[in-house]
Design a protein around this ligand. Structure first.
Ligand SMILES: [Zn+2]
Length: 155
C-alpha cells in the first residue's frame, strides 16, 4: 500500500490500484536534483535502516519500552517481557552491539538501559501514531512512560 488513502481526499487518488506506474517515463531532473541534495549520506541511511531493523521485532520492542523509565536488570527484563533469560540476554547483546542499549554490572546483577536518544524518540512516535490517526482526533498516547522523552536522566 504505497499511500494511505484516508489522507488523500482528491478523487485522482481514489484509483491508486490503476496508477502503480507512470504511463510515460519522464524524469523531472530539477526535482530529482533537489531530492538528492537532501538525501542523507549512504552510511547514515544504512545506520538508520539498521535501527528500524532492530525495532522490527516485538520482543526487542518490549525490551526497549521496558527501559524507557530507567535501567532494569536482565532478570527483571525477562520477567517483564515473558522471555527466557537466555533469549533476553541474546536480544540485549544484539541491541548493545548496535549501541541502542548500554550495560553495567553491579555485583552479580547486569543492568541495561536505553543508550540512544533517537531510539527513545522513535519509540515515542511509534506508540503514539496508532491511536490518533483518524481525522478530528488528537493522538492519545497509551504509554505514559513513552511521553517522558524529556526524562531528565542523561543518556
Ligand atoms: Zn537480575
Amino acid at each position: 500500500m504505497p499511500y494511505c488513502r484516508s489522507h488523500m481526499n482528491s478523487s485522482s487518488y481514489d484509483t491508486l490500484s490503476s496508477v502503480d506506474g507512470c504511463a510515460v517515463p519522464v524524469v523531472d531532473a530539477a526535482r530529482v536534483k533537489d531530492v538528492l541534495e537532501r538525501m542523507p549520506p549512504e552510511d547514515e541511511v544504512i545506520d538508520t535502516a539498521d535501527i528500524f531493523d532492530l525495532l522490527s521485532d516485538p520482543n526487542r520492542l518490549r525490551l526497549l519500552v521496558a527501559m524507557i523509565d530507567g535501567e532494569l536488570c536482565v532478570c527483571d527484563l525477562a520477567a517483564v517481557t515473558g522471555m527466557s533469560e537466555s533469549a533476553t540476554s541474546h536480544a540485549l547483546r544484539l541491541l548493545r552491539a548496535h549501541r541502542v542499549v548500554s550495560a553495567r554490572r553491579n555485583g552479580r546483577r547486569a543492568y541495561y538501559r536505553l543508550a540512544d536518544s533517537h531510539v527513545r524518540m522513535l519509540l515515542d512516535l511509534g506508540f503514539t501514531q496508532h491511536t490518533g490517526e483518524r481525522p478530528g482526533e488528537s493522538p492519545q498516547p497509551h504509554l505514559a512512560g513513552v511521553r517522558s522523552a524529556a526524562h531528565p536522566e542523561r543518556i
